[in-house]
Design a binder for this molecule. Structure first.
Ligand code: BGP
Length: 484
């Protein structure tokens, strides 16, 4: 499949939504599924001023496994039992693509089992069929923040080279099973999480050991190797399908024209492009090699493995975009909240209630930057607005979400129509409310469809269309011409 560039949005432009298994499926111990890192995310009430602990040690894991409590990702939004209703809603919305992830532990409960779990394979087969019946192209992420817990406990997570082969066996299994039914795959959700939040991103238990830093980089290198290997596998097993990479956009502006700020921003940006440089261009950049050297670390991959990474680069690039970041050399500047990492507040931009800056032009900048750098087709694999929603007269009025999405879609259209960027898909996070990745809250909602569950899991689970549902329906039906 090729993506041709033309004026305006291509008629085959994919309008869609995106989600993740661990945030929506629930049924964490049903149908043979094993535990994952996400099943240990415990709810922390923000009003207490506490923050969820992101990096868990082996002791934390043992304690959490034994403890009762509020683990929202174990129940998700109950998609596992309601997928038919949910996909029918997506069909009604008119989306032409739906991104979801397969939970590795539903297919191989311990990550290293001799045979796959048929109930897990069957579940995703039904989800794919339901999408196809609704004329929705499935876009599948192989790993979205839910490494099987046994891989963490028994192998030390992605820092262990053996995990590359286990992941490859999992990927080959699902490629074979769903061959011909899935056109777009991606390997690791927000692969930059491997270094930012190693437990969630690379299944690495936290430790005070001096080797911890080396382990996180080795974990990333193994994920990059695994990406290349499964890309080559996909080309053999399902030659018509495409493999993409997925990065969280950390587009960073200098706070001022002070060269110190500019230098810092440059360094932040290249640290962000590191992953795509490797997955799209096949090279570990010189600055990164020097940086590792300075820290006394190295890339422990063989020449053959490096050659594989060079050879099997991705077909398309995807990234999540929620906000832009700011770098300042002045340490006293206020530190803000953000997606996966914090930063300096941008005085020119408003923020969401969770402190994420709102920057639609930043999306146009990010698209242009990516396209200038890699010249590969781009997919916006996540963009959305997290907010508290209230039911009023049986529905939700969400003008702020509509406004956020309208401005971002306008920026995307400008990038395509005016700047000539080849972007072929826009996926909103998340079409249906689900548990937040970062905070495990249910009240941080992104959907066009409200889900009647609260932070404790109380509620009927009923699905209720918000105002934004009809709005996005119109956007899709008009191929972006009518932004309301
Ligand atoms: C991305 C993740 C998603 C997601 C989204 C919104 O980092 O890929 O899984 O949930 O951010 O983040 P949050 O849920 O923390 O608001």
């Amino acid at each position: 499949m090729t993506h041709t560039q033309s004026a305006g949005l291509n008629r085959k432009f994919l309008w869609g939504g995106a989600s993740a298994a661990n945030q929506m499926e629930g049924a964490f111990d049903e149908a043979g599924k094993g535990l994952t890192t996400a099943d240990l995310a415990v709810f922390v009430d923000k009003t207490t001023g506490q923050k969820p602990k992101k990096e868990l040690s082996l002791e934390d894991i043992a304690e959490l496994k034994a403890r009762d409590g509020n683990f929202p990702k174990r129940r998700g939004n109950d998609f596992f039992h309601r997928y038919e209703e949910d996909i029918a809603l997506l069909g009604e919305l008119g989306v032409t693509a739906y991104r979801f992830s397969i939970s590795w532990a539903r297919i191989f409960p311990n990550g290293d089992d001799a045979t796959p779990n048929e109930a897990g394979l069957q579940f995703y087969s039904e989800v794919i069929d339901a999408c196809r019946r609704a004329n929705i192209e499935p876009v599948i992420t192989l790993s979205h923040f839910d490494t099987p817990l046994a891989i963490v406990e028994n192998y030390g997570g992605w820092s262990n080279r053996k995990v590359v082969d286990l992941f490859r066996a999992y990927a080959q299994t699902v490629f074979r099973r769903y061959a011909g039914r899935v056109a777009y795959w991606m390997t690791f959700n927000e692969i930059n999480a491997a270094l930012e939040i190693p437990f969630k991103g690379a299944g690495l238990a936290f430790s005070n050991s001096p080797s911890y830093e080396a382990d996180t980089h080795r974990g990333l290198h193994h994920q990059l190797l695994a990406s290349a290997l499964v890309t080559s596998d996909l080309r053999e097993i399902s030659p018509d399908a495409q493999m993409g990479c997925m990065d969280a956009s950390f587009l960073t502006y200098p706070y001022s024209s002070d060269p110190e700020d500019v230098w810092l921003a440059l360094n932040e940006n290249r640290a962000y492009y590191l992953y795509t440089d490797i997955q799209a261009l096949g090279v570990f950049p010189a600055w990164y090699r020097k940086d590792l050297e300075r820290r006394g670390l190295s890339i422990e991959l063989t020449e053959d493995e490096l050659a594989l990474i060079k050879e099997h680069t991705v077909d398309y690039i995807s990234f999540s975009y929620y906000m832009s970041f700011v770098a300042s050399a002045d340490p006293s500047r206020q530190k803000g909240e953000g997606n996966l990492k914090g930063g300096v507040d941008n005085p020119y931009l408003p923020q969401t209630d969770w402190g994420w800056s709102i920057d639609p032009l930043g999306l146009r900048i990010a698209l242009n930057d990516m396209y200038d750098r890699y010249r590969l087709p781009l997919m916006i694999s996540e963009n959305g607005f997290g907010a508290v929603d209230k039911i009023v007269d049986g529905t939700v009025h969400d003008p702020d979400r509509i406004s956020y999405l309208r401005q971002h879609i306008a920026a995307l259209i400008a990038a395509v129509e005016e700047d000539g960027v080849d972007c072929f898909a826009y996926l909103v996070w998340s079409p249906i409310d689900m548990i937040s990745a970062g905070t495990s809250e249910m009240k941080k909602r992104y959907g066009f469809v409200y889900v009647d569950f609260d932070d404790t899991g109380a509620g009927s689970g009923a699905r209720i269309k918000k105002d934004s549902f009809a709005w996005y329906q119109k956007v899709i039906a008009s191929n972006g011409a009518d932004l309301g």
